[in-house]
Design a protein around this ligand. Sequence first.
Ligand code: NAD
Ligand code: ZN
Length: 266
Amino acid sequence: MLAELSPALIAEVELAAKLLTSKQHICILTGAGISAESGIPTFRDKQTGLWENYGVEDLATPEAFTRDPKLVWSWYQWRRQLVADKKPNPAHVALAQWQYHTQSSNQSLTLITQNVDDLHEQAGSMVTHLHGNLWHNRCSQCETACQGQSRASYHSEDTINFDDTLMTCPHCGGYIRPDIVWFGEALPVQAWQTAEDAAANCEVFLSIGTSSLVYPAAGLAQLAKQNGAKIIEINPNPTPNTIVDITLAEKAGVIMPLLIQKITAL
Ligand code: NAD
Ligand code: ZN
């Protein structure tokens, strides 16, 4: 794997490792790109098959759910089916190892994700979800969390039931919806507070696999920078993020294990 990386990129990884070990407060933001190597399509990947003719406005907004709850529910059941067998890749695993490693040090490492999959948790990380969790549901009317709809409960069935029949709330009769932040909706208050605090107080902000296009999450790097943090970005493609100090232009699954290997060796 190492042989594929240019000496210049390896030197940048070493620079990043030195920076990350020399500072105490680290904030990490992950996006869909970190799960791409696990086989979960990113947001900007084209939808295929059944759903290719639908846009975000048909499937991931509160208006879409009001207009056609069955269509939106069916899409989420389909997405759950798509990610049900997906496993963490070396980037998720390396992050979890690093988090474990810092428990016995004086470093604080806060992991924030825009992803709705649970691959960080599967790898053993503690993570704050900014955009909700694909495996959780709640009532669209009274907001009550709908128990028994975790990933574990889906898996506990002999055959996983991805039935697209709408469910109703036992308390108020409203339709059950996925506990996801849709476009035009506010982020969960507690999660956003955690993210803002971590970004404002960190000395290094590490952005992994995010296009930096979806706000307010994309503003976290700017907040960190304004407060004096250095910014490291891992993304094989260029992003509009102009405040980056160290760019590691490779896949997260290639860079992260190497970066963590260097960090833990220092
Ligand atoms: P995005 O799709 O806008 O951007 C993904 C970024 O990842 C791109 O910049 C791409 O160049 C980069 N990338 C692709 N492969 C990579 C790899 N192997 N390693 C590192 N980077 C790689 O995703 P976003 O910035 O997270 O924002 C889009 C929104 O879509 C988020 O709100 C998120 O909740 C949602 N989403 C989540 C998932 C998931 O949970 N896995 C999947 C799709 C979309
Ligand atoms: Zn209800």
